[in-house]
Design a protein around this ligand. Structure first.
Ligand code: MTE
Ligand code: MO
Length: 304
């Protein structure tokens, strides 16, 4: 029996059951064959689902999994083809820096120590496209608890894989590895999530499989894919996109329709799979949950 842990900002009653959840339940009921197809630890049909009131339809899976950014492979939107070459097992994650005991954990060991759930989040790329995705995974706060950072650590830094199948790594000019980071306070926020599945299935390589971070109130580039190292530090990290273009891609990168990218407006966004444009919301619509994180940071460039 899975209990849905409700928080003030969650819906009190599920208004809709997303179609893929219904389908997975059905295939579970269909018996043993379906059970062997559904890998229990990555993504399960019986995990608690929270929809976070997306206010728009869930993006069709075929669009969310075939229109991607993954610069380690290449800079085209059809990078999903090349990304299939990234082996998803074995996979380890190094926990490093200012924590009680630096160590390396295997992903399947890690997954046994957390409680999986499904969350439907909006995703807003800084390029002004957006999708709405059912992620399976666990709160980043659970990982912090397992990692036991020292009280003096202020930031969590995610470093992503550099594999020989990633031909984009040979491209000059990019400051590999892809590194992203947030404050410990941001990482502890209820919305900060580690994704290991989507649409009730293991996370596909092109979407960051086997493990990525998902920070729905920030522009998508903060949500690092294919994480191999998590470091705790008291120094603000130099992050991939910020070091490439600090005036275009800041460290904080909170979504804000009122602050234009130097080369385009951020006022609206295109929904993947349709030509519909919808207004962009501050903090991507999650201000109620995250605005307080920034109350004492008024003098910083929080929104690009
Ligand atoms: N390692 C890595 N992570 C990454 C990127 C990348 O190029 N490499 N692109 C980022 C950007 S710009 C976005 S919008 C999202 C896209 O996630 P999606 O492909 O699952 O939609 O991944 C982010 N994480
Ligand atoms: Mo992005």
């Amino acid at each position: 029996m899975h209990i849905i842990r409700r928080r003030a900002w969650e819906v009190t009653e599920r208004q809709v059951t997303p179609e893929h959840v219904v389908l997975n339940r059905r295939s579970l009921l269909a018996g043993a064959t379906a059970m062997t197809i559904l890998p229990s630890v990555f993504a399960r049909a019986d995990v608690p689902v929270t929809d976070f009131k997306p206010g728009r339809p869930v993006t069709e899976e075929k669009y969310a999994t075939t229109y991607n950014n993954y610069y380690e492979f290449n800079d085209t939107k059809t990078v999903w083809r090349d990304a299939q070459a990234l082996k998803q097992r074995p996979w380890t994650i190094r926990l490093d820096g200012m924590l009680k005991q630096p160590r390396t954990v295997g992903i399947d060991d890690l997954l046994k120590q957390v409680s999986l759930e499904e969350r439907i989040y909006r995703h807003r790329c800084v390029e002004a496209w957006a999708m709405t995705v059912p992620w399976t995974g666990f709160p980043l706060a659970q990982l912090l608890k397992l990692a036991e950072p020292l009280g003096s650590a202020k930031y969590v830094v995610f470093e992503t894989a550099q594999d020989k199948v990633m031909s984009g790594l040979d491209a000059p000019f990019y400051p590999w590895p892809y590194v992203e980071g947030v404050t410990i306070d941001e990482a502890s926020n209820d919305l900060a999530f580690i994704s290991t599945g989507m649409y009730g299935k293991p996370l596909p390589p092109q979407n960051g499989g086997p493990i990525r971070v998902t920070l729905p109130w920030k522009y998508g580039f903060k949500s690092a894919k294919a994480i191999v190292k998590i470091t705790f530090t008291d120094k603000r990290p130099s992050t991939f996109w910020e070091s490439l273009g600090p005036s275009e891609y800041g460290f904080w990168a909170n979504v804000n329709p009122a602050i234009s990218h130097p080369r385009w407006s951020q006022a609206s966004e295109r929904l993947l799979g349709s030509d519909e444009r919808v207004p962009t919301q501050i903090f991507n619509g999650y201000g109620e949950q995250v605005a307080a994180l920034y109350a004492d940071r008024k003098n910083e460039k929080l929104f690009m």
